[in-house]
Design a protein around this ligand. Sequence first.
Ligand code: FES
Ligand code: FES
Length: 153
Amino acid sequence: MVNFTLNGKSVSADVPADTPLLWVLREHFELSGTKFGCGMAQCGACTVHIDGEPTRSCVMPISSIEGKQVTTIEGLMTTEQGRALEKAWVDTQVAQCGYCQSGQLMAAAGVLDKAKGPLVREEVLSQMSGNLCRCGTYNYIADAVISAQKALS
Ligand code: FES
Ligand code: FES
């Protein structure tokens, strides 16, 4: 049994210790916003926050989550930061097929958390380069992150 905090609530999961967090979120807790892309920590579609740090959930065994705080896209969207990102994403018309976008938003929240001042496009592109988008929405994402930062300041 693994006990952890999921989107602000104390939860338990009775699953084999090596089950990836991604599958526990999707199958056990029915939080389908976090996506499976590569399954090898290469694309970022499965990004969640663990203790506030953007992390690939597809390669994170549930046993390593004991006592930690996990935030998914569903949890992020209940926050002021999440709502600002969502509005910026819509205003900028970022999404194409949309499959990668929950991971992009979780990574974007991490960029906003770490920002020491006003962000510029190159900085956002560089910091989010590990999150792949087959539809090539990178420049729109960077513009939306900058717009969200302005809205939150
Ligand atoms: S599905 Fe986890 S990084 Fe691609
Ligand atoms: S919007 Fe289609 S993969 Fe990113």
